[in-house]
Design a protein around this ligand. Structure first.
Ligand code: ADP
Ligand code: MG
Length: 425
């Protein structure tokens, strides 16, 4: 892949596809809105009532943008944000979410104005692009206001890609978190113009390559998060590579149910039990040790003010739901991580957004921070959790900005965004 740092950027307009899909909180509401992995049953608040809870992805996009600006480019940033609803552009733009709070935060962090276009690749974007000076930054509105962005129809995506490409001279792909999407701004646009990979993408790929090619052993993988269905494919691929698999979070209840334990009202994907049973059998055959929770912190409802209670043992009583791993599991996981030389962690082991259920996530983060070797945190919510816990910056080797993208890479799949950046060389 060509590197953005090697581009002749002076006097040119560069379209940077970044991943600015930061978690937001509805001001006035109590739950955080995850960057794709919101707690179950959650609705997003109306536009204009959100606050950024973790600006990590904005910060991660800055080195490439700063470098291009310093070398005399005008930079137009393109990104998606949340899940706009509606059949057409007008409905989506009216419903939001707008990238306005992201533009404001980016301007603060860059220390210079960031002009937000009022559209994605329409009149406003065209006027800004054609009047920008070297050293200036603009942000296009939420690219998912354009239904074409995510269309399955190549021609439909191609039309939007053409409008995006017309805004700039060069394309830089730096939105690692979106690289697994065959979307117009990720896949089709770079194919239409000279392109290169940004610093974030290159750093992410370098670490993931290390995880997949002869990792130092023991290689321990910690998986948590809400849904087992999101993680089954990666489990399948890791079974051949990792030595130990520690499973927690909401997904653990489907594993416990598959083993015949009672899970009460915990989040359960009963339809996935056959696949989970198969994954356990495969792990056993491959000699991979699978470690499940042995106790829990439970409550009678999914709420920040629900009363936490410890349940000793793997069974959860009727009427209660598991919202975090218990103290014995925290100790067990810490022991299973102590001798690791490579760790990959994806998905919080509990509902860390609620302080009463964050102890498991903190314990796992601390145990991993003591490991000598390569330690990688992947996943939007996991990364947010780690930053939320204010761990020292060097606690992990790498905190990935890409949840789904890093998982798909580890699953051994080709990422369309990377393929496009590699094309035509
Ligand atoms: P990542 O973004 O790091 O890949 P996921 O999106 O898979 O992580 O999952 C994150 C979500 O999982 C968090 O919002 C967290 O509250 C939720 N979660 C963790 N444990 C549980 C649980 N026991 N019950 C319900 N949700 C849970
Ligand atoms: Mg998530």
């Amino acid at each position: 892949m060509k590197r953005a740092e090697d581009l002749d950027a002076g006097g040119r307009t560069v379209l940077v596809r970044a991943d600015l899909n930061v978690p937001m909180e509805a001001t006035g509401g109590s739950r955080a809105m995850g960057s794709g992995g919101s707690p179950p049953g959650q609705e997003s608040a109306p536009p204009g009532q959100h606050r950024i809870t973790d600006d990590g992805r904005i910060r991660a996009s800055l080195p490439t943008i700063r470098d291009l600006l310093a070398r005399g480019a005008a930079v137009i940033v393109c990104a998606h944000f949340g899940r706009p609803k509606g059949d057409d552009y007008a409905a989506r733009a009216a419903g939001g979410p707008s990238l306005r709070p992201v533009a404001d935060r980016m301007a603060e962090l860059l220390g210079q104005p960031v002009t937000l276009a009022t559209d994605v690749a329409g009149e406003s974007a065209r006027v800004i692009a054609s009047t920008m000076a070297a050293g200036e930054v603009a942000l296009l509105e939420n690219v998912r206001f354009e239904p074409a962005e995510t269309s399955k129809d190549d021609a439909v995506r191609g039309e939007l890609a053409g409008r995006l490409a017309a805004l700039a001279d060069v394309y830089v792909g730096d939105g690692f978190g979106a690289m697994h999407r065959k979307h117009a701004s990720v896949y089709d646009t770079p194919l239409l113009m000279p392109h290169a990979a940004g610093q974030l993408v290159l750093a992410e790929v370098a670490v993931l390559r290390q995880l997949t090619t002869s990792p130092a052993r023991p290689y321990v993988v910690v998986l948590g998060g809400a849904k087992v269905s999101d993680k089954l494919a990666v489990i399948g691929n890791l079974v051949g590579k990792a030595d130990r698999l520690l499973i927690a979070g909401g997904m653990a209840y489907t594993f416990l149910a598959a083993q015949g334990y009672r899970v009460g009202d915990s989040i359960l994907q009963a339809g996935q039990i056959p696949q989970v049973t198969q994954a356990l059998a495969d792990a056993d055959k491959a000699g991979v040790e699978v470690v499940l929770p042995v106790d829990h912190v439970v409550a009678d409802r999914f709420a920040p003010d629900a009363k936490p209670e410890v349940v000793h043992g793997p069974d959860i009583p009727d009427g209660m739901m598991g919202l975090d791993i218990g103290p014995a599991t925290r100790d067990l996981f810490a022991r299973k991580l102590a001798d690791a030389r490579t760790v990959f962690w994806n998905g919080p082991p509990g509902v860390f957004e609620f302080p009463a259920f964050a102890a498991g996530t903190l314990a796992v983060a601390e145990a991993i921070s003591h490991v000598t070797g390569l330690t990688v945190v992947g996943g939007g919510d996991s990364a947010a959790a780690v930053r939320h816990l204010s761990m020292p910056a060097d606690a992990f080797t790498h905190i990935s900005t890409g949840g789904g993208a890093s998982l798909e890479y580890l699953e051994g799949r080709d990422l369309p965004g990377l393929a496009a950046l590699e094309a035509g060389e």
